[in-house]
Design a protein around this ligand. Structure first.
Ligand code: ADP
Ligand code: MG
Length: 626
């Protein structure tokens, strides 16, 4: 083994810097948090090319005294902690006096700062940890820090940076979070020369939400403010019907700092559980306030995942706060049942049609054979066996039925001179359809509450949710279409979105086109929609495009899944556009489509399309049968 040497100061700095500075977003987070600690109420963040070549944070905070400037860049130099007890009592998180030291170790940093008591300000330039300039300068009160060429001296780290757009999005998320947790600060974000976010700083959470997350979101909120177990939970949550397809709309803050907390997320899910659809997530901005000695502060400064000394207490506090808010604020009528219904997960089709080949595969040699099976199992060309066995004819009423794992044949075979192979395939197809129309024909009984179709099929009565069924059928239709039917809008429609959502849309214009949407960039917080699928009407544009944007935001989805999400959104709106189906002929048709198609069990959002009430159950209830 080689000799042990003590690393040079510079190398040690680089290693330490790696802990705090992962990417431009982590630099911005540290710098803006410093500005907030310095009591700034106006902060401007500017980045170029995702931040890797240029980042600037300007604030109107306290500034740094000339004598302290160099100290601020030393590792473990901080004005915020003086003793060990401060570690547990400070109202801030993760201070180690490391940010400026770390950033200046891996970039070219320029600081311009002035306190209100000083006549002149200070300009300090430090590159790769080495001082390059220290001079007096004229400047306004507050601090500007410019960080250029991040990782210029650590090429290995530079390689880990993602595309500029991705890094910019990460910075954007940090900025959004800060804007949401500090409505009292006016925050500007300039990306590649364009102002993309500008919050009022008027202290209202609602106005911060409006700016960051968009109008639609802001209009659907209920206020939250409850204290449980000495933990105050406040903020805004969306009503259940505005739940989102991903968790991207969830922001948790601990004493105003962005955190991730498994306990808090779980609590929200649980509070919304019976009010939202499968696959949808609550959204909102939640601040958790509790004494710092109840948080495990030993979390990494750059990481946001937080552990609480009493996770259960936090869970309960968030849960009750959300529950209270929803009960008070969500006026949507709720159907309450005595017993909870657990919707089954979509199961394999209980009844399925088989081709001859599939049928052959099902019957392996080790199963007992009937005469008919023997014929099909034989891998030899059919013609070779014809002399040994009588040729079968399959009657129209014959069916192959698969029930779970088990397959049964309902078929009779007779001797006939014909080509078995083609005959079988043709007739199998026919026999199944025929069986359906004979035994499973659907009788329309009526409509209840203008919402539910009542229909009878076989030995059961079905309650069908008209809208859910319609939606699902439209969804299947959209999915099948090769080229979508589109309509060009006479005047293009502008849709305002959060910046993240806008970026997500513009990154996926090809998928959108496939689904029938033509979308282009329009200003900092909106897109222009030029064409939409014919199934939609113009007044839907805002809602649908907003929904699509937020579903595209979650990364890591396969393209087909994203397309499905797009079709869901369109089908949902299109079903509304088509209005309530009213004539009994339409309803009869819908009922048949649903009940004769085993694939249609759930609406695209996962709600069941139909409930079954078995005749045997009814007879039991009436005491006709045990
Ligand atoms: P920490 O924030 O943990 O104290 P930093 O390295 O981020 O460590 O900052 C070191 C010190 O520099 C801070 O404690 C603070 O005194 C000073 N400082 C940094 N940024 C600013 C700013 N924008 N305005 C005023 N003071 C600042
Ligand atoms: Mg700091």
């Amino acid at each position: 083994m080689a000799d042990i040497v003590v690393l040079s100061k510079q190398l040690a700095e680089l290693i330490a810097a790696g802990e705090v500075v992962e990417r431009p977003a982590s630099v911005i987070k540290e710098l803006v948090e410093n500005s907030i600690d310095a009591k700034a109420d106006k902060i401007t963040v500017e980045i170029q090319r995702g931040g890797s070549i240029y980042m600037r944070v300007t604030d109107n905070g306290s500034g740094i005294k000339k004598d302290d400037v160099k100290k601020a860049f030393l590792r473990h130099a901080t004005s915020k902690i003086k003793s060990e007890s401060d570690l547990y009592s400070i109202a801030t998180l993760g201070f180690r006096g490391e940010a400026l030291a770390s950033v200046s170790a891996v970039a070219r940093v320029e600081l311009i700062t002035k306190t209100k008591d000083e006549e002149t300000g200070t300009r300090y330039v430090i590159e790769g940890g080495e001082e390059k300039l220290f001079e007096e300068t004229g400047c306004p009160e507050g601090t500007t820090i410019i960080v250029r060429d991040l990782f210029y001296n650590t090429p290995a780290r530079m390689k880990f940076l993602k595309k500029d757009a991705t890094e910019a999005t990460a910075v954007g998320s940090i900025i959004d979070a800060i804007a949401l947790s500090h409505p009292e600060i006016s925050l500007k974000f300039i990306k590649d020369g364009k102002l993309t976010l500008n919050t009022q700083g008027d202290g209202s959470l609602k106005s911060a939400i409006y700016t960051v997350l968009g109008r639609e979101f802001a209009s659907s909120l209920v206020p939250v403010d409850t204290e449980t177990n000495g933990i105050r939970v406040s903020g805004m949550l969306c009503k259940p019907i505005y739940a989102r397809p991903t968790r991207s709309g969830q922001y948790f803050f601990l004493n105003n700092r962005l955190i991730r907390s498994a306990a808090a997320s779980k609590a929200l899910d649980t509070a919304y559980k019976n009010s939202i659809m499968v696959g949808k997530f609550p959204a909102g901005v939640i601040n958790i306030e509790l004494p710092f000695d109840r948080v495990d502060v030993n979390v990494h400064p750059a990481k946001t995942e937080v552990r609480f000394s009493d996770e259960k207490a936090v869970f309960e506090a968030v849960y009750y706060a959300a529950k209270n808010a929803l009960e008070a604020g969500d006026t949507r009528p709720e159907l309450k049942l005595n017993t909870t219904v657990n919707y089954p997960k979509p199961t394999p089709k209980p009844f399925e049609r088989m081709t001859t080949q599939e049928f052959r595969n099902k019957f392996s040699d080790d199963k007992p054979k009937t005469l008919a099976e023997e014929i099909y199992v034989d891998p030899k060309p059919v013609s070779n066996r014809l002399s040994d066995f009588p040729k079968p004819i399959i009657k129209p009423e014959n069916t192959f039925v698969t029930q779970g794992e088990q397959t049964t044949i309902q078929a009779e075979f007779e001797v006939q001179k014909a080509d078995i192979k083609t005959k079988v395939e043709e007739i199998v197809e026919f026999s199944v359809n025929d069986k359906k129309s004979e035994e499973q024909s659907v009788t329309y009984i009526g409509e209840a509450f203008k919402t539910y179709i009542i229909a009878q099929q076989g030995e059961s009565i079905f309650l069908i949710d008209k809208h859910a069924a319609h939606e699902r059928i439209l969804f299947e239709k959209l999915k099948k279409e090769k080229t979508p039917e589109i309509q060009r809008l006479l005047s293009a429609e502008a849709v305002s979105l959060s910046r993240q959502e806008k970026d997500a849309l513009l990154d996926n214009t090809d998928l959108l086109l496939k689904a029938g949407f033509e979308v282009e960039e329009f200003g900092s917080n909106s897109v222009l929609v030029r064409a939409i699928p014919s199934a939609l009407s113009k007044k839907d544009v805002n809602l649908v495009v907003g929904e699509i944007a937020s579903s595209l935001l979650s990364t890591g989805k396969a393209e087909t899944e994203m397309m499905d999400d797009l079709y869901h959104s369109v089908a949902c709106r299109a079903a509304v556009k088509a209005g309530n189906l009213q004539s009994s002929l339409e309803l009869q048709k819908l009922a048949s489509e649903v009940l004769l198609n085993e694939d249609i069990k759930y609406c695209p959002h996962g709600r069941p399309v139909a409930f079954e009430i078995k005749l045997s159950e009814i007879e039991k209830q009436f005491g006709r049968k045990q």
